[in-house]
Every structure is written in structure tokens, then in C-alpha cells.
Design a binder for this molecule. Structure first.
Ligand code: NAD
Length: 263
């Protein structure tokens, strides 16, 4: 069997989450060397426990919102002897994360400026810091690709009605950052092309993570395929974008949303 990612060294932010940990597992299985990173904590520990014994896996704690940490990250990886040629801007403050932390989902009128700014810092400034550091340390030195992670709620508004009575909502700053990250993609695509680097966005749809039957029914009505995605179905598209087979794609947004954005 041909390994789709042989020769790829993939650096992933936020790799302990629902999708990030799926990408790590699938990319290792496809022959990639994988560099995981996340905030220190349970998700990071679980990832290291799952893959720490694999010689093709390394892990670095990283807060993408910290300019100092991001500025140092690629030099640390390079000093340790691996040269990343695929970078995934995957880390984000998500609804899953807020719900897991027991945080309330305020109405728009009650959204605190600090929470808005924290989301922008993590979901948009973080990816900018990673991309800027790629530019300084990697781009032009060897062929490479950056994949920015957006959402089905990047270029489409949230369907607020489906969240009525649910323990979570879609929050405004989230969709704003996910629209913004595609702006980073298209800006960088032309800027990096002369130096042999490509940039694309993946926009995952609603991923099943133990949602209630009622929520699945409501969101299913908005999706052509009438169901939420399995994490592995998002990973299938991510593997392609991370592979050499995506070499002639740049500046694109790939929607993996069961047809949500195509009605
Ligand atoms: N799950 C979905 O339905 C869905 C849909 C569309 C888009 N996405 C996007 O896919 C990506 C992964 O989502 P997920 O479902 O795995 O979410 P998740 O909440 O399970 O994982 C997010 C990860 O990001 C990490 N993170 C948060 N702040 C960070 C910081 N400052 N520095 C470093 N890491 C940080 C968290 O620790 C966590 O491991 C996100 O960008 C998300 O917006 C997810």
C-alpha cells in the first residue's frame, strides 16, 4: 500500500482536540512524521500517551496566542532535527472547548470584550503568528504548505434556532475569526507562491461528538447528507491537502460539510 504522506513532516497546533488527535492518528498511519502541539493539560497528555512511543511522533507544548512561544517553535523543532513541510493552523477556542470548561454562552449583548478579544487572539492572531514564523524560518528554504482551519460558519451565518435549549451555542467571535482566517489564506497564497509555498483553507462542517439526538436532527436538516460528520471524514480531506497530490492547489477553501454550504 502506498503511504499518502511519506516524506511529509506535519506540524499541528491544537492537536489534542477532537479533530487534531484524529489528524495525528491518520497522518502517522499514512507514513508522515507528525509534530503535535497543544496547551499543556489533559488533552496534550492523552496525545503523548497514545503516540509517545512512536519514533515518528514528537510533541511540543505551545500556546498559539503567545508571541514568544510561537517565535521560538520552529527553531526548537529544527534544532531537534526535523524540517516541517506541512503546517496546520488547527488550534482554536471552539464551542466544544467552552462547553467542556463549563463556560456559559452569553447572549450577544452580554459578550464581554475580553472574551471577544481572547477568541480573536487565539483563533486569528495565533494563526498569523504561526504563518509569520513559517515565513521567517521555513518558506523558501524547502517546498511547504500551510493549511488554515476555518468552519462551515466562516462564510455562512450560524443558524441560531438550532441552538435553542441546547447547552451550547455558536458564538459570534468564532465565525468572525473563521472568516478572517480565509483572508489570511488568500493573502498569503499569492505572497508565498514565488517561494514555492502553498496555502489553503479547510472548512469542516458539524462534527459529531456525542451531541443529543435532538441536536443531530436539527442540524441534519441543514445538511444535504442529513447527518453530522465523523472526525475521520474531515481527516480524509485534510490528508489530501497535506499530501503532495494537492501541489497545484493554493488559495482555496475546501468545504467538507455534507453539502451545508451548497443549498
Ligand atoms: N468540531 C467541529 O465541528 C468543527 C467544525 C468546524 C471547524 N472546526 C475547527 O477545527 C479545529 C479543531 O476543532 P476541534 O473540533 O478538534 O476542537 P477542540 O476544541 O476539540 O480542539 C481545539 C484544540 O485547540 C487547543 N487550543 C485552544 N486554545 C489554544 C491555544 N491558545 N494554543 C494552543 N492550542 C489551543 C485546545 O487545547 C484543543 O486541544 C478548530 O479550528 C475548529 O474551529 C471544528
Amino acid at each position: 500500500m502506498v503511504e499518502q504522506l511519506k516524506g511529509r513532516t506535519v506540524f499541528i497546533t491544537g492537536s489534542g482536540g477532537v479533530l487534531g488527535s484524529t489528524y495525528v492518528r491518520r497522518m502517522l498511519a499514512e507514513g508522515a512524521r507528525v509534530i503535535g502541539s497543544d496547551l499543556p493539560g489533559k488533552r496534550a497528555e492523552a496525545l503523548v500517551e497514545a503516540h509517545g512511543g512512536n519514533p515518528d511522533f514528537r510533541f511540543y507544548p505551545l500556546d498559539v496566542a503567545s508571541e514568544d512561544e510561537v517565535t521560538a517553535i520552529f527553531q526548537r523543532i529544527l534544532t531537534d532535527g526535523w524540517e516541517p513541510n506541512v503546517v496546520l493552523n488547527n488550534a482554536a477556542i471552539t464551542g466544544e472547548l467552552l462547553m467542556g470548561a463549563g463556560q456559559p454562552f452569553p447572549d450577544f449583548a452580554d459578550l464581554k470584550l475580553g472574551d471577544w478579544e481572547k477568541t480573536l487572539r487565539t483563533n486569528l492572531t495565533g494563526p498569523f503568528l504561526i504563518a509569520r514564523q513559517m515565513d521567517r524560518d521555513i518558506v523558501g528554504k524547502w517546498p511547504c504548505t500551510l493549511i488554515n482551519v476555518a468552519s462551515m460558519y466562516a462564510l455562512n451565518g450560524a443558524h441560531h434556532r438550532i441552538y435553542e435549549g441546547m447547552p451550547f451555542k455558536n458564538f459570534s467571535a468564532y465565525g468572525v475569526t473563521k472568516a478572517g482566517i480565509h483572508g489570511l489564506t488568500v493573502w498569503l497564497a499569492g505572497y508565498w507562491a514565488p517561494r514555492g509555498a502553498t496555502v489553503n483553507t479547510i472548512a469542516p462542517g458539524a462534527v459529531f461528538n456525542n451531541h443529543s439526538e435532538e441536536f443531530q436532527r436539527r442540524v441534519g436538516e441543514l445538511i444535504m447528507l442529513d447527518r453530522m460528520a465523523k472526525p475521520d471524514e474531515i481527516a480524509d480531506a485534510m490528508l489530501f491537502l497535506a499530501s503532495a497530490q494537492a501541489g497545484y492547489m493554493t488559495g482555496q477553501m475546501v468545504n467538507v460539510d455534507g453539502g451545508f454550504s451548497a443549498w
